[in-house]
Ligand binder design. Structure first.
Ligand code: ARG
Ligand code: ZN
Length: 894
């Protein structure tokens, strides 16, 4: 059944107060609720009251204290309805029910992980705990009483403040929590179990004392210090940059070993995937440290953008997710740039921007070109769990970023202030946010508004912007024409007549450089500027730049000012010039990427036509210059010298041809390794660790990144002593970034030599699940890992499909990062089999894996037929979850 955004109706009752009592045990948890309802304005007296519930055992229903008989309420698979008294006054509904945490493998609702009890309620998990109006626009004050055996569950946590704790006559103990802030059920959480905890008291800007705590498995305390530091940094950053203060006396983060996604922003009690909490130099890579910073920031920032102002309905998910991703991206960038002089700070921020754009192109662009394409505010869904997508999150963040670009930092801040002034404490739609931003924009630009900009919320698909320029030497003018179009996306493509796609409001940041690579300022708004923003609002628009002394080369989409694909007639020479001289670090990186893409596609074409392989001369030249340019930070050089991911190369080929893309990519990397061997070797030596204590700071982690890249290329290029060097690096490694860098390079290029370090790694880390995930993942993603190989990994006693991190390390890693082995008949069978196995355990995780074949129809005929048959096999299977059914049926409908 499809749910449509247009069908929204308000809930007929308000729910000011909720009391919940839990008798907790792993096998069975008993929940007694007391819900105090009031009629909402406009509600007819006696309008039916509908509560949601799933997989619950009902014990009792009461209305104003009186037990109801079975004919006084109606029960379906997922609802409990009753007719309240018609007097229009407040009434109380009480429900007693049971759920079974130990049997809950879906990890939605109340579940067991590592012997402890956790909840995950977003989006619709609360209904698996008790019957409730489980929708984000019903906000209540919660009082929660938890009772359990103190031996098994010494700690009992929920949202808000701990009011009292006491022993009980029957030997159990109890804790009473009260959350002063009204909240929707999706922000409810409870945690019960045995944990270590570290804490710190901070004073907020406004003088409030707040206790910050991080809970983790017994014995992991030392691995939580970085997370606690990040939490304090996040708190300070939100005060500084947005004037937003913590509104709680106590803010808790708890690490769970089994978790479907990254983390969850439950009010005052964030529950995290342990992978985004635990780190120390021996066990976590530099990237893991940055990931923790980003996710701790993300969840903390939700306290305002998500919790204080929440979503009216789930179609508005990007209201909180897009905005909060934008905020966590800015937080990470500011942390990277912290304390650096301006030029280096700009380059540090650009590194973060490059990584974020890379993610967008890798995950969101293909989504926007496939059967699951949807606007950042979708119009319909079958299962909301399937819409925690790269589009809602990452493209959503780009749409926020464009508003930031159009308004400027001060204007954006004014818009945020206005948003909270209007909507604090409310559940609203995406329009509320754009309205607040528009109020500032209209003040800045009299007579203009966001009417066209709003279309970003309604249109799916990645727009293409075609750029033409012509230079008039006599008049010293340059005319620039931008033209936009956006092909039908996803299921739109089957619509006839095709859906209308009016133009979008696209900010295109532009700079000019001359043939010697010097920047050429432009006259704009009465001043000379190196970068200007062209605001494209029509299908086609032309700008004339005056006083341009020489023919310019266009540096376009600086900072990636809009989530679009550029179509330009820039020549290889233009790109090479930009790749060497563009003062905008993002655009410079993008010019190198574009050069690499063109070469890789040329290799694939040559392969297909049976003509000789093109030599990567231009690319080699650009890379050599970048590699040796000591003025550039190692972190930035590591990005300049990264080939596009294989998946991007596959995505660009038409028809998509995974095995040909792998071949072209592998050959190119080998050439770049072999022909630059001297430079790689020099860099490898020069970037050696200085022997000081480990720190995940951007400078030293940048050095490690470039050094690992050098090692990888030395191996790829078959440098004579490269495998020896990798083994030496593995043995001497002083942190996980170095060990894993060496192990990965060996697995990629010299698998025979990897056996010994692999065995050593396993012996050393088998007790640490997160590190063991790395061991599994490195193997599952290696080109030598066939389907038989991945099955062998799954047969090991350490493997379990029930732990999402382990499933992702092995099954997802193989299906997403090993295209050469996936795209075989056995690979297609494997995928279908694993989707179905996961479907029976955890529909959310299964649906994620099922997305791997979204773009089957764009593939060459053999892959296409194999993937289609596998999809059909999944669709035909019995007991398919709603999650997987939606994905697979939409894929097959293309
Ligand atoms: N709101 C969470 C975040 O973005 C994501 C939770 C979604 N969880 C889920 N199981 N669907 O931080
Ligand atoms: Zn989020």
């Amino acid at each position: 059944p499809t749910i449509f955004r247009q069908d929204y109706t308000p809930y007929p009752y308000r729910l000011p107060q909720v009391r919940l009592e839990f008798d907790l045990a792993a096998e069975s948890a008993r929940v007694r609720s007391e819900l105090r309802f009031e009629s909402a304005p406009d509600t007819a007296p006696g309008a039916p009251l509908v509560l949601h519930g799933e997989d619950l055992e009902l014990i009792e229903v009461r209305l104003d204290g009186r037990p109801l008989s079975a004919d006084e309420y109606q029960l379906t698979d997922d609802t409990l309805s009753l007719v309240p008294p018609g007097h229009g006054k407040p009434f109380t509904v009480g429900v007693v029910s049971l759920c079974r945490p130990a049997d809950n493998t879906s990890l939605m609702g109340l579940y067991v992980s590592g012997g402890n009890l956790f909840t995950q309620c977003e989006a619709q998990g609360f209904r698996r705990i008790t019957w409730f109006p489980d929708r984000p626009d019903v906000m209540a004050r919660f009082e929660v009483l938890l009772r359990a055996d103190p031996a098994a569950y010494p700690l009992l946590l929920s949202n808000g403040n701990l009011i009292e704790q006491a022993g009980l006559p029957d030997g159990r103990h109890q804790a009473l929590w009260r959350d002063p802030h009204p909240k929707p059920s999706y922000l409810f959480a409870l945690v019960a179990g045995d944990f270590d905890c570290i804490e710190r008291t901070v004073t907020t800007q406004g003088g409030r004392e707040a206790l910050l705590q991080v809970y983790s498995d017994k014995g992991c305390q030392e691995q939580t210090r970085w997370a606690l530091d990040c939490l304090e940094n996040a708190l300070r950053w939100d005060e500084r940059r947005f004037g937003l203060e913590l509104d709680l006396d106590r803010f808790m983060v708890v690490a769970a070993r089994d978790f479907n996604m990254g983390a969850m922003e439950n009010k005052g009690l964030n529950v995290f995937n342990a992978a985004y909490v635990l780190a120390d130099p021996d066990t976590a890579t530099d990237a893991a440290y940055r990931g923790i910073e980003a996710v701790i920031g993300h969840e903390y920032f939700h306290n305002w953008t998500g919790n204080r102002v929440t979503c009216r309905d789930w179609f508005q998910l990007s209201l909180k997710e897009g905005l909060t991703v934008f905020r966590d991206q800015e937080f990470s960038a500011d942390m990277l740039a912290d304390g650096l002089p301006p030029a280096e700070a700009a380059s540090a921020r650009a590194v973060k921007r490059i990584d974020d754009v890379h993610t967008l192109r890798l995950a969101q662009f293909p989504e926007d070109a496939g059967p699951m394409a949807h606007p950042i505010r979708p119009d319909s869904y079958q299962e909301i769990g399937n819409f925690y997508t790269a589009t809602v999150y990452e493209k959503g963040a780009e749409v926020i970023r464009m508003q930031h670009t159009l308004l400027g930092e001060a204007g954006f801040r004014a818009g945020m202030d206005e948003y909270f002034r209007r909507h604090d404490g409310q559940a609203v739609t995406c329009d509320a946010f754009v309205d607040a931003m528009e109020s500032v924009y209209a003040r800045q630009h009299p007579g203009q508004d966001f009417t066209i900009f709003r279309r970003w919320y309604a249109q799916a698909g990645t727009p293409r912007v075609r750029v033409r320029s012509d230079y008039d030497a006599a008049a010293r003018t340059c005319r620039i024409t931008l033209e936009q179009h956006c092909a039908p996306a996803g299921l739109e493509a089957r619509q006839s007549p095709p859906a209308e796609k009016p133009p979008l409001h696209i900010p295109v940041a532009l700079g000019l450089i001359d043939a010697d690579g010097r920047p050429m300022p432009m006259q704009w708004d009465g001043e000379a500027r190196d970068t200007v923003i062209l605001e494209l609002r029509e299908t086609s628009q032309t700008w004339t730049l005056k006083d341009i002394p020489r023919a310019p080369i266009l540096s376009l989409l600086r900072g990636f000012s809009a989530p679009v694909i550029l179509e330009t007639d820039r020549t290889a020479d233009d790109l090479a010039l930009l790749a060497r001289h563009d003062p905008d670090p993002f655009a410079r990186w993008d010019a190198v990427q574009e050069t690499a893409h063109r070469h890789l596609q040329a290799c694939m074409r040559a392969d297909r036509d049976g003509s000789p392989q093109p030599a990567p001369d231009t690319l080699l030249d650009i890379w050599r210059t970048a590699l040796n340019d000591q003025a550039l930070s190692p972190a930035y050089r590591a990005r300049l010298l990264a080939l596009p991911a294989v998946r991007e190369v596959i995505d660009r080929s038409e028809p998509m041809d995974p095995r040909a893309a792998v071949a072209a990519w592998t050959r190119t990397r080998q050439a770049l390794g072999a022909q630059l061997a001297e430079a790689w070797r020099a860099a490898y030596g020069a970037l050696a660790d200085d022997g000081g204590p480990y720190s995940p700071d951007p400078v030293s982690s940048g050095r490690r990144a470039l050094r690992n890249l050098a090692l990888d290329h030395l191996l790829a290029g078959q440098a004579p002593d490269a495998a020896e060097q990798a083994l030496a690096q593995y043995r001497q490694a002083r942190n996980m970034t170095e060990s894993l860098g060496a192990l990965n390079a060996l697995l990629q290029h010299a698998p025979q030599a990897a056996a010994e370090p692999l065995a050593d790694f396993h012996a050393r880390w088998r007790q640490d699940p997160l590190v063991l995930d790395r061991w599994f993942g490195a193997q599952a993603g290696a080109p030598g890992c066939t389907v038989a190989g991945v099955r062998a990994l799954m047969a090991l006693p350490d493997f379990s499909l029930r732990n999402p991190n382990r499933a992702r390390a092995v099954v997802f890693r193989f299906c997403l990062d090993n295209p050469g082995n996936l795209h075989t008949p056995e690979g297609y069978d494997f995928w279908a089999e694993q989707v179905l196995a996961l479907n029976a355990l955890n529909p959310e995780v299964a649906a994620r894996l099922s997305r791997a074949f979204d773009n089957w129809a764009r593939h060459e005929p053999v892959a296409r037929a194999g993937m289609q048959a596998a999809l059909q096999r999944v669709l035909d299977a019995p007991d398919l979850s709603r999650n997987v059914r939606e994905i697979v049926s939409k894929a097959l409908a293309t």
